[in-house]
Design a protein around this ligand. Structure first.
Ligand SMILES: Cc1cc2nc3c(=O)[nH]c(=O)nc-3n(C[C@H](O)[C@H](O)[C@H](O)COP(=O)(O)OP(=O)(O)OC[C@H]3O[C@@H](n4cnc5c(N)ncnc54)[C@H](O)[C@@H]3O)c2cc1C
Length: 504
């Protein structure tokens, strides 16, 4: 019924999450719904998020944003995967590349054939020789169109972006405002709640202003102004599995061409990222304050910078975990207000996107049917738990015991859900993604193998195909992957096109 339709949405917060919400809701709901966004320039944003995963392309496409214009506006570069250095043991490296590694034969996944051939001695040790993404990343190449006209259509690679999150928010703000979203500058100082139900009627701003709404989106960052401070929803703390609780971040100048992948070096009590943008390189050291102190941690960051620092390092602190319910009454929390897991696999901005998609799929009317809320919270909880397990895998499956931090990670008890997945792979080499799994089988296989979990056996169905046929097929596939990567232009040449450069 039209009179029961939600027609006023209030978004609190104008960081990446707030403007992603404003843009997507304006695009999806059209001009019939009044969307207002309240933010405070005096408070500012976290604005560190610089690495993404390929799903962001779908978000931009939904909005109708041109990809070159996006790269230009955000000083963006291409990301083909993440290279993990020193995670299994010092001196070791592997890549979690986006896109497929090899391809299945019939219903049997590729890695089983590779495991068999490797045991026979007919395939090399490098699993990533079958990933065009990994080969292109290592060679510093990127292109969008198939390099050979004779090759079947479609894009040769699977990619995401590195970008300046503050510039992205600005880009989305222009988009949202041009579609009628009203921005209100001011600090939220309180809420007006219904005395019995606790539903929010309005947020109140300094200067006795009031912004009324039917649905409130809390994008106010770590403190969760509405979801926590007003509604006391509670937080599930995951630091026993992921004890990283701090990060130093600093931009640096880089004269070398930007590589098309993120780098993550394991450090003595955490890890360090390096993310190349067009105008600067983002660096950060994520660490656990239980295992090192902040002065030592900033020295690790600064001692390992590859170029000159462009600013003073900034310290951010956080509690890994998630809000017990992201949707409570008529408040939906997104972004840091909903929870946070360290940026090892660049999942935070994606969680905003998937939360918005979920909200649209379960969009309520003014009755706020509790079954919608419950389903939203169930799916969100599952999605967070799957990502948590994927992150914990990077620490648990290691040979490292060379620092107290790594010895403790290796010995820690892990969630039962992850223990089951690791056992299923370590024995018979099987891996499955679950309902809300963001990372599909291909990602799990790469990180499991990369972190040294090698299955004891391969799938019995590989025996259906003769060994020499499998060997020939593996040869063909690796040649195609190598040819695909080699025929692409350099990443620098791709970025140097006028379409992706900011004027001047
Ligand atoms: C160290 C670190 C590294 C990260 N790296 C990545 C990465 O590589 N990839 C990735 O996807 N994500 C990453 N993230 C996460 C990413 O930065 C955030 O998920 C993303 O920026 C969304 O932040 P947000 O908009 O929720 O919060 P914020 O950026 O904190 O924005 C909060 C907004 O709320 C407003 N606000 C707060 N209180 C009030 C008030 N009282 N009144 C009015 N307005 C108010 C603020 O002004 C601001 O506009 C990283 C985070 C950290 C901490």
């Amino acid at each position: 019924m039209a009179e029961n339709r939600i027609d006023r949405i209030v978004i609190v917060g104008g960081g990446t999450a707030g403007w992603m919400s404003a843009a997507m809701l304006a695009r999806a709901l059209g001009p019939g719904v009044a969307i207002r966004l309240v933010e405070s320039e005096a408070i500012g944003t976290v604005g560190v998020g610089e690495a993404s995963i390929p799903q962001l392309r779908n978000f931009n496409a939904f909005l109708g944003l041109d990809e070159d214009a996006f790269l230009r506006a955000t000083e963006g570069t291409i990301k083909l995967g993440i290279e993990f250095v020193d995670w299994l043991r010092p001196g070791h490296r592997y890549m979690h590349a986006f896109g497929p590694v090899g391809r299945p034969l019939g219903v049997t996944p590729f890695h089983h054939y590779w495991l068999d051939a490797r045991r026979r001695g007919t395939a090399g040790e490098d699993f990533w020789a079958w990933s065009a993404n990994a080969l292109a990343a290592r060679a510093g190449r990127f292109g969008r169109t198939p390099p050979h006209p004779a090759q079947p259509g479609g894009e040769p690679l699977t990619w995401a972006f590195h970008f300046d999150a503050a510039l992205y928010a600005r880009h989305l703000r222009a988009y949202a405002e041009s579609r009628g979203v009203e921005r209100i500058e001011g600090r939220v100082t309180g809420v007006d709640q219904h005395g019995e139900t606790g539903f929010l009627r309005a947020v109140t701003l300094e200067g006795d202003r009031r912004v009324e709404g039917d649905l409130f989106i809390d994008c106010s960052g770590f403190r969760g102004l509405l979801i926590e401070e007003a509604l006391k929803t509670g937080y599930e703390d995951w630091r026993k599995w992921l004890p990283m609780d701090s990060a130093w971040a600093v931009p640096s100048r880089d004269d070398a061409p930007p590589v098309p992948y993120t780098r993550a070096w394991a450090r003595d009590a955490g890890w360090q990222w390096r993310i190349p943008l067009q105008h600067r390189t983002g660096n950060g050291h994520v660490f656990s304050s239980a295992w090192t102190d902040k002065d030592a941690a900033v020295r690790v960051l600064m001692d390992n910078l590859e170029g000159e620092a462009l600013a003073e390092p900034r310290l951010l602190t956080f509690t890994t975990g998630r809000r017990k319910a992201s949707w409570n009454r008529n408040v939906v929390a997104l972004g840091l207000a909903a929870g946070f897991m360290e940026p090892l696999e660049s999942t935070s901005i994606h969680l905003v996107q998937s939360g918005l998609a979920r909200l649209l799929a379960l969009f309520p009317d003014k009755g706020f049917d509790p079954v919608l809320t419950a389903e939203f919270n169930r799916q969100t909880a599952d999605e967070y738990a799957c990502i948590r397990d994927f992150l914990v895998l990077h620490y648990k499956a290691t040979e490292r015991e060379d620092t107290p931090f790594w010895a403790d990670r290796r010995a820690m008890e892990i969630p039962q859900t992850l223990a089951e997945r690791m056992a299923l792979f370590a024995g018979p080499g099987r891996v499955f993604s679950r309902d809300e799994d963001l990372f599909k089988e291909g990602s799990w296989v790469q990180v499991l193998l990369g972190q040294g979990v090698t299955p004891a056996a391969s799938h019995p169905m590989t025996a259906v195909v003769a060994d020499d046929q499998v060997d020939g097929w593996l040869d063909d596939l690796s040649r195609i992957a190598a040819r695909t990567a080699a025929a692409l232009p350099s990443h620098a040449a791709f970025l140097d096109r006028a379409e992706t450069r900011l004027a001047g």
